[in-house]
Design a protein around this ligand. Structure first.
Ligand SMILES: [Zn+2]
Length: 405
């Protein structure tokens, strides 16, 4: 019985940089993309920023967004508010500066609006005051995926204001629009001398997106997929073919699945595989779940089924502690733009504490490693601790079915 490595071990970047003749050190073909999961700058986060919205929220139990600030303060100490726009990013700012990704893509899990026209009966309605938009520019966010279950929380006027507010500060968007055509249009980010990153944003009702939020021919809304069937892959394939050029990296940003739990449904796995096999997609950026999930490398391309939250206001909320939703990851994905193949993945463990992103403690980093390895075992991926603050991903060797027969 022999073992065959599907991909060689993913070297950490320092190794590559110290060997100028290493094939991976061809910087021209190397694109580094930062991926963040849910970024929820509404509600409690919005309340600590310089321009909080009206605190009213139409929740079943809570009607004042400041209650979420109080919960966080009760858990980890009083905050001096208002904080400055960059406060919420905490240690992430230094990581971004050091690693200098070419593109930063997040799932923006809030509406940015002054609208009071909240979506009735939803129970949770997130909004951030547009005057707080500087919190996203302070992070240097390039692109927001919007096909999610909160972009319409404050009605159609809220959706339009969200898109316009982001546009005004040159943050690209995908996944929502004034009609189906604009909602489906990918964001394209040109990276000088390296190629382009093309971002498609898709929503799935399993994430809690109401079916009625789907954009129509003359109706604003989100880019909602009808299902995860093969015809849906073909539909995406056609869209990708229309835009993909040599040197383009295509990302499918998918808001799908529930908020809690490690289980990943087989239809999700099949869909992700098909998007890579013939959909023309190079990288799957999945989100909706509030904690990390297992990672997969499929045909040398990365699948993140669920990123977990990068920033939210759940601090102090009880009920889901075993999932440690306060812990998250900053995903730094390096790809070869000529092939879309994964070169390496740096994972920086984080903790949301005092309503900001902080580096996770060593103990929490090791806990995340344990979870990622437990959940990655079905995909034969494993993360290694590089000894400092970073985890790197590798694919374990698989047994060749055709060898030694
Ligand atoms: Zn969501």
């Amino acid at each position: 019985m022999s073992w065959i490595k599907v991909v060689s071990r993913l070297d950490i970047m320092e190794t590559v940089q110290s060997h100028p003749n290493h094939p991976l050190s061809n910087q021209e073909n190397r694109i580094m993309i930062f991926l963040g999961g849910d970024v929820m700058t509404g509600r409690g986060i919005d309340q600590i920023l310089p321009h909080p919205s009206e605190p009213f929220i139409p929740e079943f139990m809570v009607n004042d967004a400041r209650e979420y600030v109080r919960l966080a303060e009760k858990a980890n100490g009083t905050l001096a508010t208002p904080v400055n726009f960059s406060y919420i990013w905490g240690d992430a700012l230094e990581e971004w500066e050091q690693l200098a990704p070419d593109v930063k893509l997040i799932n923006l899990e809030t509406s940015i609006t002054k609208s009071n026209d909240y979506w009735r009966g939803k129970g949770i309605n997130y909004r951030m005051n547009p005057d707080n938009i500087a919190c996203l520019t302070a992070a240097g966010i390039d692109c927001c995926a919007l096909a999610n279950n909160h972009v319409l929380d404050w009605g159609y006027s809220g959706l339009v204001e969200t898109i316009n507010t982001l546009k005004n500060v040159q943050i690209k968007t995908a996944g929502a629009g004034l009609n189906q055509q604009s909602a489906a249009t990918p964001a394209i980010i040109d990276i000088k001398r390296k190629g382009r990153v093309v971002v498609f944003s898709f929503g799935v009702t399993t994430s809690g997106i109401p079916a009625s939020w789907a954009a129509g021919q003359d109706k604003p809304g989100v880019n909602l997929l009808p299902n995860l069937s093969e015809p849906t892959v073909r539909y995406i394939q056609k869209q990708v073919e229309q835009v993909k050029q040599p040197g383009d990296v295509v990302i499918a940003s998918l808001h799908w699945g529930g908020n809690w739990g490690y289980e990943i449904d087989q239809p999700q796995i099949d869909f992700a595989h098909q998007l890579i096999d013939y959909g023309g997609v190079d990288l799957i950026h999945g989100h909706s779940v509030h904690h990390v999930q297992g990672l997969e490398i499929y045909h040398e391309k990365l699948i993140i089924y669920g990123c977990g939250d990068l920033i939210d206001d759940y601090e102090g909320i009880v009920g889901y502690e075993p999932f440690r939703d306060d812990l998250g990851l900053m995903y730094f994905v390096s790809l070869d733009s000529t092939t879309g193949k994964l070169l390496n993945l740096h994972l920086l463990p984080t903790q949301i504490k005092r309503l900001r992103v902080q580096r996770a403690s060593r103990e929490d980093l090791l806990w995340l490693r344990k979870i990622l390895n437990r959940e990655g075992s079905r995909f034969r991926t494993q993360v290694q601790w590089s000894g400092h603050k970073t985890l790197t991903l590798e694919k374990l060797p698989t047994i060749s079915s055709s060898s030694n027969r």
